[in-house]
Every structure is written in structure tokens, then in C-alpha cells.
Design a protein around this ligand. Structure first.
Ligand code: FAD
Length: 180
């Protein structure tokens, strides 16, 4: 019998009894697992989500819920605050911020789909106040939405990609602990 370890996959043919059968097994009930489970269930799959902790959330539940979004002309929050944002500028900034090992194809895909991701989150009921908080912030101290969260406005980034505030924060008061 193979050694049971958290660090090595256990060979499927060594499992003597199976407790569940499902189309999709999702390991971990943080944000990534939750999003994958929702999409798989909506596509008609039988889904089981496995979480090793006593509750959902993971690092996502501890986080500030700040997501870097923009492009395609701008999100509703960017537009309401008077900022235009292009997909090209978002992608260019992501590639520069990612350093020499940035995956260009992933940055392009992220930028192309950014507004869709934002709309998807809102469609799930994720709340956004919609306002802009001027200045430079790591996270808002209040429940504001749109902040300058990166280094977009600083050289050399601003020389190669028109800057825009792109931090979009889920509505909750204060730093981190957004819950899930
Ligand atoms: C205090 C804090 C603030 C942050 N703020 C931000 C922010 O504002 N914006 C931002 O973009 N990022 C932020 N981050 C980073 C961000 O939270 C994480 O990158 C993100 O939540 C990762 O999501 P995830 O779904 O991949 O993992 P997680 O949310 O950690 O979910 C993984 C889940 O898998 C479970 N799991 C792991 N192994 C197993 C297993 N073998 N079997 C079953 N379950 C398992 C874990 O228990 C956990 O619940 C912050 C992180 C912290 C800690």
C-alpha cells in the first residue's frame, strides 16, 4: 500500500472503496473553488466541493476582496468617476507589472475577460458601492469601490500604458476579512 501523504497524489487504483461519485470534484472552497463549482453546476454537471477546513473561505475569506479590473472602455465605477480604460492599456500594465516572466497570453486573456468577470461577480450578488476613492490606497478604510491599487501612475508604467484606477473592492467596511 502506498504511503499516505499530503504532498503526493494517492494512486486511484490503490483506493479500495469510493464514497462518492460525481462529474466534477472540486478541492477547496475558496473563491476559485466557489466560482468553478457555480459554473460547473450551471453547466449541468453534478458537483461535489471538498473543503479540509471546518468552513468555507480560505485565504479568499480573509482577503480584502480587491480585484484588479478594467479595460473594454471601463467598468461602471471607472466610467462614473470619469476614467476611460482600454483593454490594451490594462494588458500592457499587467505584462509590465508581472515582470520578465509574465505570461503574455494569460495577461491578454485576463484583460479581454475582465469586464465579464466583474459582471459575473455582480450577477452572483457580490456587492459593490460603485464610488471612487481618490488617492493611493492599499485597501479603503471604508466600503468604497474604486481605488488606485497598483503602480499604474508611476514611471515606467505610465510611459507605456495610460494609467487608470483598477482596484475594485467588494463592499465591506475596513481592511481584509471580506468573508465568503
Ligand atoms: C489577509 C489577506 C488579504 C488579501 N487581500 C487580497 C486582495 O484584496 N486582493 C487580492 O487579489 N488578493 C488578496 N489576497 C490574496 C487572495 O486572497 C488569494 O490569492 C486568493 O484568495 C486565493 O484564492 P483561492 O481560491 O485560490 O484559495 P483559497 O481562498 O485559499 O481557497 C483554497 C481552499 O482550499 C482548501 N484546501 C487546500 N487544500 C485542500 C485539500 N487537500 N483538501 C480540501 N481542501 C483543501 C483550503 O482550506 C481553502 O479553503 C489576500 C490574502 C490575504 C491572506
Amino acid at each position: 500500500m502506498p504511503e499516505i501523504s499530503l504532498h503526493k497524489p494517492y494512486p486511484a487504483d490503490s483506493v479500495s472503496d469510493w464514497d462518492f461519485e460525481t462529474d466534477i470534484a472540486i478541492i477547496g472552497f475558496g473563491a476559485a473553488g466557489a466560482c468553478a463549482a457555480i459554473e460547473a453546476a450551471e453547466a449541468g454537471a453534478k458537483v461535489i466541493l471538498f473543503e479540509r477546513n471546518s468552513g468555507s473561505g480560505g485565504a479568499s475569506g480573509l482577503s480584502g476582496g480587491e480585484i484588479y479590473l478594467g479595460g473594454s472602455g471601463g467598468t461602471d465605477a471607472q466610467k462614473a468617476a470619469g476614467f476611460e480604460d482600454s483593454t490594451e492599456n490594462l494588458a500592457a500594465y499587467l505584462k509590465m507589472a508581472g515582470g520578465p516572466c509574465a505570461d503574455d497570453a494569460k495577461c491578454d486573456l485576463y484583460a479581454d475577460e475582465s469586464l465579464n468577470h466583474y459582471d459575473w461577480l455582480k450577477a452572483q450578488g457580490v456587492p459593490y458601492r460603485g464610488n471612487y476613492l481618490p488617492g493611493k490606497h492599499i485597501e479603503p478604510m471604508d466600503d468604497s469601490t474604486l481605488i488606485w491599487s497598483g503602480s499604474e501612475a508611476a514611471a515606467p508604467f505610465c510611459d507605456k500604458a495610460k494609467p487608470a484606477p483598477r482596484g475594485h473592492v467588494i463592499q465591506h467596511m475596513g481592511w481584509a476579512g471580506v468573508g465568503l
